[in-house]
Design a protein around this ligand. Sequence first.
Ligand code: BGC
Length: 347
Amino acid sequence: MALIAEPFGALPDGSPVIRYTLSRPGGLTLRVLTYGGIVQSLEVPDARGRVVNVVLGFASLHGYLAAGDAYFGCLVGRFANRLAGGRFSLDGENYAVDVNAGGNCLHGGSTGFDKRLWSAEPFNDNELRLTLTSPDGDQGFPGRLNVEVTYCLLESGVRIGYRATTDAPTVINLTNHSYFNLAGEGSGSVEAHTLVIDADEFTPVSRDLIPTGEVAVVAGTPLDLRRKTAVGAHLRDPHRQLLAARGYDHNYVLRGTGLRRAARLADPTTGRVLEVLTDQPGLQLYTGNFLDGSHVGIGGRAYRQGDGLALETQHFPDSPNHPAFPSTVLRPGQLFATSTTWLFHTD
Ligand code: BGC
């Protein structure tokens, strides 16, 4: 087991970015940047011991700075996914937060947690602890928020722990935005991967990808992934939900509560399997619909639509504007604490 820190370039203001490498001999290697808390690479062996990097990313800091709107591998906050019109009210106060996507707030606004320099401190050889203080009014959000994210390298996976406290009532929704390709990043489309999502329902969206507020059953729609289904099997179905999002970009209402399995992604060619476990109520399946071949990844290949998919564990998008959705309110004295685990094995 080892943990290595090395320079990874500097931001335009001169601040140095550090890359941490956590590895287990014969097992996984995880590389995390202090910029955005980005998972730059995650090397995973297959059944024959062949190791590939299963997340999309870039070789240099410049790659991340140039492709910020695709959120490669980063930590997302203060509020993952969309807030309609960048507005919400809390305790009778109206808030207007930064709008950065078609008149809505996406992933916490233009300078979300994905574009911040986090402080990092190795906890032990297997665990890296990242911290960030988001001042009151950051991107328009109330309350000074102290956030801590830990990346823990397990024997065959990664556990991400999120904790936060605030000094004034606020809303919070944190996730990680890694795009997975279990055959290796840059190897082409994930349409042949199979996927299971442990959800009977999803939150339908309107054309601007804002939840309508309904909770609809997946049964009878291309969003039904309760049984092992190839990612590409229904991607081109002329269903209104898929057309609005150009593919899958939907929040699933996960079955059950507590830490449980949310999804299982498998690549039939290499046998690699990823299981996502979380205590969160939702999971956003995003099939990289806006990857358009304009960014060259870490292995030298351009990323196109469907070359990776994100499985973002989260609270439901736009929750503050839908009182029936599970609450995303965090108050002083409360601890926001959640965790998500990516477990790898081979079929
Ligand atoms: C959202 C997409 C958005 C993407 C940006 C996803 O989490 O659901 O709508 O385009 O992030 O990379």
